[in-house]
Unconditional design. Structure first.
Length: 332
């Protein structure tokens, strides 16, 4: 610890020492899962040069097809989107028309790829959901840039938190990250409303900061209802409420929700307790009760915000706003 704060150490050395403590924390034998086999290990070689992270890393998205990793970060005079290879080499960055990235998602179709970003800024680019080419060319803007919206207007957002796009082009948006809207919206591939659900509250189908959204192969939409400390589940065709989990989140609410590559588990980030919870994913049918099967305990003040999973390799990437880095965990 004395070495960690010594002014004679440069940033690179501090980073390596921080990483050392991170590894120790990730395999803490005093955890409540003592005796259970760890499911993931930290890839200490990813990225190759951590100094490319110059802002707060809020979100990460994996392009499994092209083996790319996109990172959204915030800060003054920093590139807002960084692109790395799966091996951890920095490739390029882009910055145009992105103010404050919150969520990021990569869509691959048979003919094209695109990057979707939710922007929670309050300036001329904010309150929008935007589609970009992989090189950063703006292709589509949903919402009115710079104008916070009302829940009465489907395509008027107020700090939209995250977006998930199916290969069919159907779009799921959780809106908002602390704004007046607390809702889940499904759009068609031509950006028409299919259904919309949610108001601010604690009841069934209500939200208090819906923060992350994902879809499983069984027709269910999973939403991290952050400040209500629960995950809510909806039918993707009708928007009907199917159930919720809250028993796993008494210590801290879910910030991010993603399925593992085999859809057997849900990876849930819990920012305030610096933990990745690994939950058993129910098969077709009843949602049942929340079952936590394992966890990865991160270092103090890491603050995992949003995660994504490589659906080919199974690797989990974690955007950490406290540590200002993205880390990669490999399944064992």
């Amino acid at each position: 610890l004395i070495l960690l704060i010594s002014p004679s150490w440069d940033l690179t050395a501090k980073g390596y020492l921080f990483l050392y403590f991170q590894v120790l924390k990730a395999f803490d034998y005093s955890s409540p899962w003592k005796g259970q086999q760890q499911m993931y290990k930290l890839d200490i070689g990813w990225p190759k040069i951590p100094e490319y992270f110059t802002g707060q890393t809020f979100c990460v998205a994996v392009d499994s097809l092209h083996r790319l990793v996109y990172v959204g970060q915030r800060g003054d005079n920093v590139p807002k989107v960084l692109v790395f290879s799966e091996e951890g080499y920095f490739l390029y960055s882009w910055n145009n028309t992105v103010e404050k990235p919150h969520g990021i998602f990569v869509l691959n179709t048979a003919t094209d790829s695109s990057v979707w970003i939710t922007d929670v800024g309050t300036g001329k680019y904010g309150h929008t959901v935007k589609q970009y080419s992989p090189s950063g060319k703006l292709m589509q803007v949903l919402g009115t840039p710079g104008n916070a919206g009302s829940s009465l207007i489907p395509l008027q957002f107020d700090q939209p938190a995250e977006v998930f796009v199916e290969e069919s082009g159907d779009i799921y948006i959780v809106d908002g990250d602390g704004g007046m809207n607390n809702r889940l919206l499904k759009l068609s591939n031509d950006y028409k409303e299919i259904w919309l659900t949610g108001t601010n509250g604690t009841g069934i189908g209500q939200f208090n900061i819906p923060h992350s959204v994902t879809v499983d192969p069984f027709g269910r939409v999973w939403v991290a209802d952050r400040d209500n400390k629960r995950i809510q589940v909806f039918d993707k065709v009708t928007g009907e409420w199917l159930g919720s989990w809250s028993s796993c989140f008494s210590e801290d609410g879910p910030y991010s929700v993603r399925f593992t590559a085999n859809y057997k588990y849900l990876i849930v980030a819990q920012l305030n307790i610096n933990r990745l919870a690994i939950l058993a994913a129910p098969p077709v049918g009843s949602i049942g009760d929340c079952i936590m099967v394992n966890a990865v305990q991160l270092a103090d003040e890491t603050k995992p915000h949003l995660v994504d999973v490589d659906m080919k390799s199974g690797a989990v990437y974690v955007a950490e706003i406290g540590a200002q880095q993205v880390q990669k965990y490999i399944p064992l």
